[in-house]
Design a protein. Structure first.
Length: 183
């Protein structure tokens, strides 16, 4: 764990902080690891917790009290949960959303419809869905690239594509074209 050089207003504050660090660093690291299950992230959480402890040093009257321990553990727990949420969000953005239909829209569109028919149907599904669909299938962009272009997450792009396919599928089925495809 890396400890930054901190500016203390008095020698007493410095001694208090050093005492808290030496006494509780393993406890905070253990609590962070219990939440994060990743040693490197746990070290980051403990370091961030000690920065917050430094900022709130005046609130700690007795470093050996149960109240102090609860305060320190609460800080590291909140920092760890924040890191866990960031990690989950980052992971979710990397995972593509793949959803399957019993009706293979892509196969039907590629084999049976002309580009003008496709654009006519896309005009009926909504601008955001149409944009995601065109970027994905006409320009062969990944969900991440589409997300950057549209200013949304890759996961949201997956949802947009799924909904666009659903709406297109409904429009094709309502138009009777899907029955011809099934033959």
């Amino acid at each position: 764990m890396v400890l930054l050089v901190l500016a203390f207003s008095s020698e007493e504050e410095k001694d208090k902080f050093e005492y808290l660090y030496s006494k509780y660093k393993n406890l905070l690291l253990h609590k962070a690891y219990g939440i994060l299950h990743d040693y490197m992230l746990a070290e980051d959480a403990a370091s961030e917790a000690f920065l917050r402890i430094y900022k709130n040093l005046a609130k700690i009257e007795d470093p050996d009290s149960g109240r102090c321990i609860a305060f320190l553990v609460t800080i590291v727990k909140n920092v760890s949960l924040t890191l866990l949420q960031k990690k989950a969000r980052h992971t979710a953005e990397e995972l593509p959303v793949e959803q399957q239909d019993d009706f293979r829209l892509e196969d039907f569109v590629v084999s049976r419809l002309t580009s003008s028919e496709i654009y006519g149907l896309l005009a009926q599904v909504g601008e955001e869905y149409k944009n995601a669909f065109v970027l994905k299938y006409a320009y062969a962009m990944s969900n991440q690239e589409i997300g950057k272009t549209m200013g949304v997450s890759a996961n949201h792009v997956g949802v947009l594509l799924y909904r666009a396919k659903k709406k297109l599928s409904q429009l094709i089925k309502e138009g009777g074209q899907a029955h011809e495809y099934a033959k």
